[in-house]
Design a protein around this ligand. Structure first.
Ligand code: TPP
Ligand code: MG
Length: 550
C-alpha cells in the first residue's frame, strides 16, 4: 500500500509540477521542519540576506518563469515580505508565500509564543489583503485540496497567494490517492462570440485603430498572439511602461511607449486621437498612464484584461482574456496599409568623448548598445526607470521593473530571481544610489549563487527624483564607495565612472568578463536627469500654469 505523502511533501511536489525549481527565503524555528524537507527535495533553497530580498527575488522569478515561491518564518519573516507581496499583487506576479507558524496544538490556550503579534491569525489577516487566495494548512483531510485551490488561484489570476504551514502539520499525511484537482475554466461561448462580433465591427469601421499592450499580455504568455495580430492587420502597437518588452521594439508596427505626458508627444497624440483603442491586458494605473496625464476615451475603447472585458460602455462577463485575444486573431479583421506612425528613436552609434563628464542621457545611449538578446533589463524606481523607458529593446530582451507599485530596492534582489529563473539571461540592473542602499547588499546572494549581473548604480548622491519635486536635506545620502563592495564580498568587480570614455571602456570589459557580478559606480551630477523625467516635469509645469491662468 502507498503511504500517503505528507503535507510538506505534497506542497513541494506541486510547486515542482508548476515549474518552480528555487525557493527564496530565510529559515526560522517555525519553518525548520519544512526547510529540512525542502533541502532534501528537488527544489533549491536560496538564502537571501533579508526576507525583503527574498520577496523581490521570488517576484522576478515568477515574472520570468510563471510561478515563484518564498518561504519564511512566522511574522518576523512574514511581515518583512508583506511589501514585496503587495508589489506582486499590484503588478500581477504569481508568488507563493509559504510561512511557517506555531503548531496547531501549541495554539491551545492562546499562549504568548515568540514572534506572535496579537492573535495567531494576525499574519494571515494581513496577507488576506495582499493575496488573491490564502489558507492555513491546519487539517490533513483538506490540506491537499487547499494547496490545489490556492496554487490554481495564483496561476489563474497571476497574483500572489499565502500558504501558512503550522510546524506540527508539515509531516502529517494528507489523504491517500489524492489526484491534483484540474481546474478547467472556459469562456462562455456565446458571450465570447458576441464580444468578438462587436470588436470586429468596431475595429473594421475605425479609421485609425491602435493597440495599447500591457503587462497581462506578458503574464499570460500572449506575446506571440499579439505580434501576429499586429502583423496580420497592421494595427500599430504602443506599450505601457509596465508592459515594455511585450513586443520586440524593432517591429515595423511598434510605435514606442505610451505614458501620457511622460512619454513621447507623437505617441501620445497618435494613441489619444485614435478612433478605436484596443487596450490589451492593460492596467489603468497612474504611472502607466503618465501620472494622470493620459486622455483615453472609453467610448472609443476596447478594454480587455483577465478581470474585465468591456467594449465601449458594454461589459461582457465570463470571457477569458486568453480566449478573447486568440479570438481576435481568428476574427475577420481587415488588413490595412501601415501608414505613417511614430517610431521608437534608435540612438545613434555611441562615440565617447574623451574626458567628457557623463550625463544620464549619454549613459542610456551607451547602455543601448550594451543590450543583447540575452539581456534582461531590471530597472529600479527613480531615474533608473524613467531613463530606461527610452531604451530600445530589441528582439527578446526582457524588461522587468516595479513600474506601478514603485517600491525602491527591487532591482538587485530581482536580478537574482530573474537569472535563476532563466540562466541564459544576464541581468542589466539599473538602480539609483538610494535604492541600492536599501537592498544592494543582496549582492552577497548574487556572489553565493555564482550569478553575473551587471549592476549600474546611478549615483547622484541622493533621492534625485524627489529633489525635482521638493528638495531638502532629507534627499541627501551618505556617499558609499560603491565600487569597493566587491572587496567586502570577496567577489565581483567594481568600476568608478565619471566620464564617457570610462563608461565605454568599462562596458566593453564587462561584456567580456562573465565570471561574476560587475558593479559600476556611475557618478552623476545631483541635478542631472533623464529626458523622460525632464519631459514629465516640463509638461506637468505647463498644465499647472494652464490651470492657474484659468
Ligand atoms: C520603499 C520606498 N520608499 C520611498 C519611496 C519614495 N521615493 C520615490 S523615488 C525616491 C528616490 C529614489 O532615489 P534613488 O534610488 O537614488 O533614485 P534617483 O531618484 O536618485 O534616480 C524615493 C525616496 C519609494 N518609492 N519606495
Ligand atoms: Mg539617487
Amino acid at each position: 500500500m502507498n503511504t500517503p505523502l505528507s503535507i510538506g511533501d505534497y506542497l513541494i511536489q506541486q510547486l515542482h509540477r508548476h515549474g518552480v525549481r528555487h525557493v527564496f527565503g530565510i529559515p526560522g524555528d517555525y519553518v525548520l521542519g519544512f526547510y529540512d524537507q525542502l533541502s532534501k527535495s528537488k527544489l533549491r533553497v536560496i538564502n537571501t540576506c533579508d526576507e525583503q530580498g527574498a520577496g523581490f527575488a521570488a517576484d522576478a522569478y515568477a515574472r520570468v518563469r510563471g510561478l515563484g515561491a518564498v518561504c519564511i518564518t512566522y511574522c518576523v519573516g512574514g511581515l518583512k515580505v508583506a511589501n514585496a507581496t503587495a508589489e506582486a499583487f499590484a503588478e500581477k506576479s504569481p508568488v507563493v508565500v509559504i510561512s511557517g507558524a506555531p503548531g496547531m496544538k501549541e495554539r491551545e490556550k492562546n499562549p504568548l509564543l515568540h514572534h506572535k503579534v496579537r492573535e495567531f491569525d494576525t499574519q494571515k489577516k494581513v496577507f488576506e489583503q495582499l493575496t488573491i487566495a490564502s489558507t492555513v494548512l491546519s487539517d490533513g483531510q483538506t490540506a491537499f485540496q487547499e494547496i490545489d485551490r490556492v496554487l490554481h488561484a495564483a496561476l489563474r489570476f497571476k497574483r500572489p497567494v499565502y500558504i501558512e504551514l503550522p510546524r506540527d502539520m508539515v509531516s502529517v499525511p494528507g489523504i491517500p490517492h489524492h489526484k491534483p484537482i484540474e481546474f478547467h475554466e472556459v469562456s462562455d461561448p456565446q458571450t465570447l462570440r458576441e464580444a468578438l462580433v462587436e470588436a470586429e465591427q468596431m475595429i473594421n469601421t475605425a479609421r485609425r485603430p491602435v493597440i495599447l499592450a500591457d503587462v497581462e499580455v506578458h503574464r499570460f504568455g500572449l506575446q506571440e498572439t499579439l505580434r501576429k495580430l499586429a502583423a496580420r492587420t497592421n494595427i500599430p502597437v504602443a506599450a505601457t511602461v509596465l508592459g515594455k518588452s511585450v513586443i520586440g521594439e524593432h517591429h515595423p508596427f511598434y510605435m514606442g511607449i505610451y505614458e501620457g505626458a511622460m512619454g513621447r508627444e507623437d505617441v501620445r497624440r497618435y494613441v489619444e486621437n485614435s478612433d478605436c483603442l484596443l487596450m490589451l491586458g492593460a492596467f489603468m494605473t497612474d504611472i502607466n498612464l503618465g501620472v494622470y496625464t493620459a486622455r483615453l476615451d472609453p467610448a472609443r475603447s476596447i478594454y480587455a484584461t483577465s478581470e474585465k472585458l468591456s467594449l465601449r460602455y458594454h461589459t461582457y462577463e465570463n470571457v477569458r482574456f486568453k480566449d478573447f485575444m486568440r479570438g481576435l486573431l481568428r476574427a475577420r479583421l481587415r488588413r490595412r496599409a501601415l501608414g505613417r506612425i511614430p517610431r521608437p528613436e534608435v540612438s545613434p552609434a555611441f562615440h565617447s568623448r574623451l574626458g567628457a563628464k557623463l550625463t544620464v542621457q549619454r549613459l542610456f545611449q551607451r547602455l543601448n548598445a550594451f543590450l543583447t538578446d540575452d539581456t534582461v533589463v531590471v530597472a529600479d524606481v527613480g531615474d533608473a526607470l524613467f531613463g530606461a523607458t527610452d531604451l530600445y529593446i530589441r528582439h527578446r530582451t526582457e524588461f522587468i521593473s516595479p513600474a506601478y507599485y514603485t517600491s525602491m530596492g527591487f532591482a538587485v534582489p530581482a536580478s537574482i530571481g530573474a537569472q535563476l529563473a532563466n540562466p541564459k539571461l544576464r541581468p542589466l540592473v539599473l538602480v539609483g544610489d538610494g535604492a541600492f542602499q536599501m537592498t544592494g547588499m543582496e549582492l552577497t546572494t548574487v556572489a553565493r549563487c555564482g550569478l553575473n549581473p551587471v549592476v549600474v548604480v546611478l549615483n547622484n548622491r541622493g533621492y534625485g527624483t524627489e529633489r525635482h519635486m521638493q528638495d531638502g536635506p532629507y534627499n541627501d545620502l551618505w556617499a558609499w564607495n560603491y565600487s569597493r563592495v566587491p572587496e567586502i564580498l570577496g567577489a565581483g568587480r567594481g568600476f568608478v565612472i565619471q566620464t564617457e570614455d570610462q563608461l565605454d571602456r568599462a562596458l566593453s570589459e564587462v561584456a567580456q568578463w562573465r565570471k561574476g557580478f560587475c558593479l559600476l559606480d556611475v557618478q552623476l551630477d545631483p541635478l542631472d536627469r533623464s529626458p523622460a523625467l525632464q519631459r514629465l516635469a516640463e509638461r506637468l509645469a505647463k498644465r499647472l500654469q494652464g490651470r492657474q491662468r484659468r
